[in-house]
Ligand binder design. Structure first.
Ligand SMILES: Nc1ncnc2c1ncn2[C@@H]1O[C@H](COP(=O)(O)OP(=O)(O)O)[C@@H](O)[C@H]1O
Ligand SMILES: [Mg+2]
Length: 234
């Protein structure tokens, strides 16, 4: 579904990504970990087309998209939920969800989509008419993820979705990821909550200083405490 090869990216004169390679198969959950500043966010932004200068190859669903603007990638079915949540204040939960629909204007279809999303996110269902900004951080993150799903993406890039969120909501959120995967959405997950992420993932990549320093199956990393100590202690 996604194949990244020899990806380089720059912020100004800083050469941040130095030949990143990774693959995510259709229907897979793959986790990307690494200490702060390793280049995880820059990798997701580059895949989404949000970093100014980049070279290499990003293939999505069979097409080379490295040179495409972010909106083209979005229309191809690639969604991105950034680290910093982008809830629109002053809009209700339902209005925020409507912002995620690609083909707006078809009222019946919009209503059906909202209903479907509300069924999968019960926490949002109870709050559809509430101003989104009055919700907790975790609920806002759920909303950001639900909004991305309104576009019915083939693949979603999630940047540290559980950061700063109450443990009970984190469990709920990971259960949500499982359901998304089971419904056919491919997921690339950047996560500090390594054990939970590994338990859900098939494979894992570890980044350091702009390169991938390890990759393997999640099961192998879960089973090998030495490996975890080497790569997962932040
Ligand atoms: N907008 C930016 N301008 C310049 N340097 C940046 C910018 N964003 C990130 N960096 C630098 O790029 C490197 C990788 O950052 P990032 O991809 O955010 O890492 P991670 O998500 O793994 O913590 C870091 O050294 C960071 O300081
Ligand atoms: Mg980051």
């Amino acid at each position: 579904m996604l194949r990244v090869a020899d990806l380089n990216a720059w912020y100004g004169h800083s050469h941040i990504l130095q030949g990143v390679g990774l693959e995510v198969g259709r229907g897979e959950i793959v986790t990307l970990i690494g200490r702060n500043g390793a280049g995880k966010t820059t990798t997701l932004k580059s895949i989404m087309g949000l970093v100014g200068r980049r070279t290499g190859s990003v293939q999505f669903d069979g097409a080379e998209i490295l040179a495409e603007p972010a909106h083209r990638r979005f229309h191809r079915g690639l969604a991105y939920v950034p680290e910093e949540r982008r809830i629109v204040p002053g809009l209700t939960v339902e209005e925020n969800l409507r912002l995620g629909i690609i083909a707006a204007g078809n009222r019946a279809r919009e209503a059906a989509m909202i209903e479907r999303i509300a069924e999968t996110f019960p926490r949002l269902k109870q709050r559809l008419k509430q101003d989104a900004i009055t919700m907790s951080g975790g609920e806002q993150q759920m909303l950001a993820i639900a909004r991305a799903l309104m576009a019915e993406p083939k693949m979603i890039l999630l940047d540290e979705p559980s950061e700063g969120i109450m443990p009970i909501l984190v469990d709920e959120m990971f259960e949500q990821f499982r359901r998304m995967r089971d419904a056919g959405t491919t997921i690339l997950l950047v996560e500090q909550n390594v054990e939970l992420a590994l338990a859900l993932s098939s494979r894992v990549y570890v980044m350091d200083q702009g390169v991938v320093v390890h990759h393997g199956t999640a099961a192998a990393m879960l089973a090998d405490s030495e490996l975890r100590d080497r790569y997962c202690s932040v």
